[in-house]
Design a protein. Structure first.
Length: 198
């Protein structure tokens, strides 16, 4: 797990460089997801089993997060106008390829993030430390890995979103719930409807 997390953070340092981040992170995420799947396939089958509560909470939280993001950004921009320049630079780095090329890799990245941080890592930690500490470590390492981008905005978003998705995982006892929320929020806000276009 430690190797996957450190590798994630190191590869995220390519974000914003001339390289297409999806071509860098996508294959790594796919490989990482397959490693977790191979090591915890029985557990993953249980955690990802569809049920009404997991699906409804996943879709509901994902939709709510997405709807809140746009007015929250507008409010933040009114309070801190210089954030617009930073966010625009992040979108430039995130849009270095076509939507058709980026979207499948984004889905692979999201699935791997959930398998690693809200799946395997949280499970391993929960067997060794109290649940609250396991959740805190999971969220902190998730945010630290995203900080490989060099952006405090990305790290702050990872802290907020990671906390919400980790709470979802704990409250629903399902990995499907945060996975659905993540699959709704990230492609919508990052690829389809950037906050800077609103």
């Amino acid at each position: 797990m430690l190797g996957l997390i450190v590798g994630w953070g190191l590869l995220m340092q390519r974000f914003g460089s001339a390289a297409n981040i999806y071509a860098v992170m996508g294959p790594f995420a796919l490989s990482a997801g397959l490693v977790v799947l191979a090591l915890a396939s029985r557990k993953l089958g249980i955690w990802l089993r569809p049920n009404r509560r997991a699906v409804l909470s996943g879709v509901g939280v994902g939709a709510a997060m997405t709807l809140i993001t746009y007015p929250a950004y507008a409010l933040l921009r009114a309070v801190v106008p210089e954030i617009e320049t930073h966010v625009a630079a992040l979108y430039t780095a995130a849009h270095q390829t076509t939507l058709a090329e980026a979207l499948p890799w984004v889905v692979a990245i999201i699935i791997a993030e959930e398998l690693i941080w809200r799946g395997a890592l949280l499970h391993v930690l929960a067997r060794r430390v109290p649940p609250a500490l396991a959740m805190a470590i999971s969220v902190a390492t998730y945010a630290a890995a995203q900080f490989g981008t060099g952006s405090w905005i990305v790290m702050a978003l990872a802290l907020v979103c990671g906390t919400l998705w980790t709470l979802q995982r704990q409250l629903t006892h399902s990995l499907l719930s945060p996975l659905l929320a993540h699959l709704i929020w990230t492609p919508t806000v990052i690829l389809l409807y950037p906050v800077t276009s609103m």
